[in-house]
Design a protein around this ligand. Sequence first.
Ligand SMILES: *Cc1c(COP(=O)(O)O)cnc(C)c1O
Length: 341
Amino acid sequence: MTQQWIDLRSDTVTRPTEAMRRAMAAAQVGDDVYGEDPTVNRLEQMAADMLGTEAAVLATSGTQSNLMGLLSHCQRGDEYIVGQQAHTYRFEGGGAAVFGSIQPQPLDFEADGTLDLGKVAAAVKPADFHFARTRLLCLENTQAGKVLPLAYMDAAADFARNHGLGMHLDGARLFNAAVKLAVDPARIACNFDTVSICLSKGLGAPVGSLLCGTRAHVARARRWRKLLGGGMRQAGILAAAGIYALEHHVQRLAQDHENAALLAEGLAKIAELDIDMATVQTNMVFAAMDPAQVKAFQQHMRDRGILVGGRGIYRLVTHLDVTARDIDRVIRAAEKFFNGG
Ligand SMILES: *Cc1c(COP(=O)(O)O)cnc(C)c1O
């Protein structure tokens, strides 16, 4: 590498550490389509144990894992209720409609990342052939870095039971939520039939997600994974990175949260940046600024080896490859842009 970038665009940009690469190199492997890869089997068991679910299945990406989850709940002509800005609706290419003929019913997220259960109730369709069959409530945690309250998830699960709906969680960053709340990941997962988790975000693995859930859901999801081209062979090489991540990179997410808080506090002192501190809960900071300055700001940061993401509202994400010293550098670079100091 010619330049040591500070890359705040996403927590997906992390590279496997030396220790993780050693674990990958040493992995015992077999053919996972035959169910014979011992390392994949171990990872799936480990994820199921951590989340307190009956089973888990490895997927190539969070998009695939979410889609397998939706397909395990819904048939052609069924409907899932989901956030307007949710990854499973907005950022997955419409896969549920394309592959499952599943109709989404998007609703705006509330400011805290929840879906208002009154609005969800109003969106549940009557049992009448004019309507799609509402089958599933899909939540996201963390949602844009915000942690859903436990009491809300408990209430949502009650609601879903009363309305005969299944529950799916896009838990791409579930471990950030669990670390922030200082609860067992299973305490979050317990309200859902299916939960998708990502190994390749804050946990720092190069590839991989898991769909965790009931035995029946995971069995259906495994079939869908094959149809979606996600049946991999000696995938233990990847699973070994996932096991390493689950063993070594969960508790350290607290450092990412501390770094994000430091970053937000530093940037909030700059008058031209607008940061809602209530939304800085885990590893993401959103900073709004005058749209006219956006391009120049991005270039200014880039010239100093700093990459930031977003359009108009900047998203800055802390992760394994960002240190507290880097945060200092980022704050000073931003100050220099606005104050010329
Ligand atoms: C990243 C992400 C996913 C999965 O994305 P992939 O890039 O397909 O792994 C799902 N949900 C959320 C909220 C995400 O941030």
